[in-house]
Design a binder for this molecule. Structure first.
Ligand SMILES: Nc1ncnc2c1ncn2[C@@H]1O[C@H](COP(=O)(O)OP(=O)(O)OP(=O)(O)O)[C@@H](O)[C@H]1O
Ligand code: SF4
Ligand SMILES: [Mg+2]
Length: 348
């Protein structure tokens, strides 16, 4: 990792006077298959402060889930991790599996794309949330049940006392995600990691669940890391965002700045591919090609085969560091030509 990134990462952690809940520094993940190690994620720096939502956005296969699994300590055994993951100042990569299990239940909550798959069909939703409260808070049976009912109320499940006695199959996808959210925030964690929490839901329910995450986050002062392939979701709920491509963060800034002044051609491509009523475009843009698989990451800028602005050898040989391009708002970009190229102004 470069000196520039270390310096700007540190100032990010102190920004806004709010404590950094999550500080990821120089994170790398390699996975071993057929006796070969392949680098999946590399040189990832992320900071999430209390009370803010940070998006991690990119196309399918860019490494978002692997990054979040590394943060949660949930990677498969054939993975190795580099760098540090600090939660409230403590390095999680140094903890035992037992200590991590406790951190995951108490300090860090998680929700995923398919809420129904994370619920046990044989138990009522109330029992499952109460059991989580008992396990992590050491509460008695009755107290845990009452807490589960309160949590169902918090996440907007109507008639929470009665609905706590229902089984997962009696709930819609949106309601199951509310149950998962109740479980995730049961111990009032300082960090919530949400990996595509609304992708499997229809648009109306998606908006409701995103609004609910925002509301709970603000009420409890939680830091949220929201993983999504959808810039519309980022626009709706995130304060800052990191754009990921081929296992690396390529741009990182405040959401307003990213939408109005993208500095990386990949971000500009994602924005052009997004329906935007302000632009009245007849056709949406498309980024030609696909994200390369990790065994075929190209040398130099990993985006160069798809980039209209590439120049040889600037873009095609040496690794491109993430560097500070802030003008007012903090802004970092991994593009060798960021100061030379003009990207479409998306603010008009
Ligand atoms: N256990 C694994 N073994 C080998 N390769 C893996 C493993 N897990 C992920 N990968 C590869 O790592 C890359 C990044 O995967 P990841 O699931 O993090 O992408 P993603 O950004 O979350 O995509 P999506 O939007 O589809 O969820 C992909 O090329 C994927 O095939
Ligand atoms: S470094 Fe070169 S190839 Fe990569 S995004 Fe910038 S201009 Fe495009
Ligand atoms: Mg994923």
């Amino acid at each position: 990792m470069t000196e520039t990134v270390e310096r700007t990462g540190a100032s990010d952690a102190a920004d806004g006077g709010r404590a950094a809940v999550l500080e990821v520094t120089g994170l790398g993940v390699d996975i071993r298959t057929d006796r070969t190690w392949t680098g999946i994620v590399d040189d990832v720096d992320l900071v999430v402060r209390s009370g803010e939502t940070v998006g991690l956005v990119g196309e399918s296969g860019s490494g978002k889930t692997v990054t979040s699994l590394a943060v949660m300590g949930l990677l498969p055994p054939n993975a190795r991790v580099r760098g540090t993951v600090r939660l409230n100042g403590r390095d999680l990569t140094a903890l035992s599996e037992r200590e991590l299990d406790r951190v995951r239940g108490v300090e860090m909550g998680m929700i995923f794309q398919e809420p129904r798959r994370s619920l046990n069909p044989a138990f009522t939703v109330g029992d499952q949330v109460a059991e989580s409260v008992r396990r992590h808070r050491g509460a008695g049976r009755r107290e845990a049940w009452e807490r589960a009912v309160d949590l169902f109320d918090l996440v907007g499940i109507p008639d929470p006392r009665r609905r706590a006695g229902a089984y997962p199959h009696e709930f819609s996808g949106g309601m199951c995600q509310r149950v998962m959210l109740a479980m995730a925030v049961a111990c009032e964690p300082s960090l919530l990691i949400a990996d595509e929490p609304t992708t499997a839901l229809d648009v109306t329910v998606q908006k409701q669940v995103l609004g609910l995450i925002r509301e709970i986050q603000q009420r409890l002062g939680i830091g949220v890391l929201l993983i999504t392939h959808d810039l519309g979701v980022v626009a709706e709920v995130c304060d800052r965002t990191a754009v990921m491509y081929a296992g690396r963060i390529v741009e990182q800034t405040e959401v307003v700045e990213l939408f109005d002044h993208p500095r990386h051609p990949y971000t500009a491509g994602l924005l052009a591919a997004m329906p935007d009523p302000r632009r009245h475009a007849d056709r949406l843009g498309v980024i030609p090609g696909i994200v390369p698989p990790p065994h075929a990451f190209p040398a130099g800028c990993r985006f160069h085969p798809r980039c209209d602005h590439r120049r040889e050898p600037t873009c095609t040989t040496a690794d491109i560091p993430l560097r500070d391009v802030s003008v007012g708002l903090p802004h970092r970009v991994r593009c060798a030509r960021a100061d030379e190229i003009t990207l479409e102004d998306t603010s008009t």
